[in-house]
Design a protein around this ligand. Sequence first.
Ligand code: ADP
Length: 548
Amino acid sequence: MKGTMMDYPLTLHAVLERIPNVYPGVEIVSRLPEGGIHRYTYLDFYRRARSLAEALQRAGLSSGDRVATLCWNHYAHLEAYFGIPAAGGVAHTLNLRLHPRELAFIVNQAEDRFLIVDEVLLPLFEQFRGEVNLDRVFVISHGKKAQPAGYEDYETLLAQAKGEFDYPPVSETDAAAMCYTSGTTGNSKGVLYSHRALILHALAFSLPDVFCVSQHDVAMALAPMFHANSHGLPHVAVMLGCKLVLPGRQLDAISLLTLFEQEAVTIATAVPTVWMSVLDALEGGAEGSVCPWRIAPNFRAFVGGTAAPESLIRRMDARGIRMIQVWGMTETTPVATCSTLKAHMRDWPEDERYRVRARQGRALPFTEIRVVNDQGEAPWDGKTMGELHVRGAWTASSYFRAPETADRWTADGWLRTGDIATIDPEGYMQIADRAKDLIKSGGEWISSVDLEAALMAHPDVREAGVIAVRHPKWDERPLAVVVLRPGTTANVEALRSFLSGKFAKWQLPDDFVFLDELPHTSTGKLSKLELRKRFAEWKWKETAQPSG
Ligand code: ADP
């Protein structure tokens, strides 16, 4: 028997249409790529997003057509997030940190029809313009009078709207957005987000047991809007009507801390490297000096994308910033697990609580996880490792037009993540490594993530990467590549003895290399691929050997 409830579709249209009556006057604040602050209200945003939708329809957009964006985080990008799906189109965010060749491949594979691009990014677009076949290109110049020759102006496009917009028929399972995986471990592949997935993800994201977001929050969409929907925060903010802050392209710690203070930001999401630089700035003052930035007392920093070392979570706490770790992928919209504590853990000893918070966490409602190895599904004992599988209401079931990738999904419908993990008896998952980053030494596995987290707990270490390097006898051995904090002097012996109490001897890196900087990917993650390439010819000293 069917329930007697209405069949009310979960769409971004419903999110938009709530704005004029419920929170028209709340602010959206953007730092423009050209500099300067832009402010307007949700009502302004609502009108312009609808104008964009109408203008795109007048420009010939059909349902399902892809409209690409090549933009920093700001109000016009947000208009594209909602205006394109309102017109029945798919908002395809392009990663502006990719190589032009890669961008051309992605635009062509996605068959993007239109492009909305920041004027400051035209030099990048010019590098692959000749290789793509876009019908029209609209340039955002943020109200500047003179337009670049040969392009159409975004504001002129919006002005085509006559206020006669009607939503085309849409099903909640239709695609609203598209994002390509950043290709950290292979070729980029397209993920298509349905309206329903975006809405359910936003609802689950906001839950008290997850990030506990409400209209009282001031949200900063700090993760790039081209990377996994800026971790979902723009959709959450618009759904709840939180004041939203968009930081443009100035992502250095001082610019961020200035915005946190000026706009009284209470939540932001970012990869660990961004939080590390914020923390360095906060800790930068002389011992005992008063921190020059005021951070809202209820500020929560969401961290994901790579493992957040426990030392980072502790140091953030010491500065009054509560850090919450999430795990997810472009394929999971992206948040799938979250490491908030359960009620009975409140009274646990502090060290134990930090250990739990440094795990990647419990699956959100409507998301399931399991760990599978050669023996089958692993017990939830916190020890047995295997590949992490995920399925749920906002997990992709295929890539866009890539039938050759069908084996990323199991016969029983789970996504193989490529991550190696354990799940403890409380249901908290912990990533040991990406399968490609695990170090296979003498038939045993060594977790590079564990070694990196332990190294980063050393007061002199700013960042560390541990990679597998080929070894004639042991197959692979770990090499640690370390960036020290300015003015510090830790050496190989000091780091080795710091680690030795925490790991078996055979797990310790055989050597340490000191660099001024580590390579990062287009989404700010440590690039192990690049490190492995750089140290592929590394020559081990004779002593390298796993013993004990
Ligand atoms: P890419 O694979 O190109 O990095 P994504 O940005 O989609 O693309 O990254 C997903 C991957 O990021 C996950 O499979 C996992 O390896 C890693 N990841 C995400 N969050 C975490 C986390 N909290 N801890 C450890 N690894 C993480």
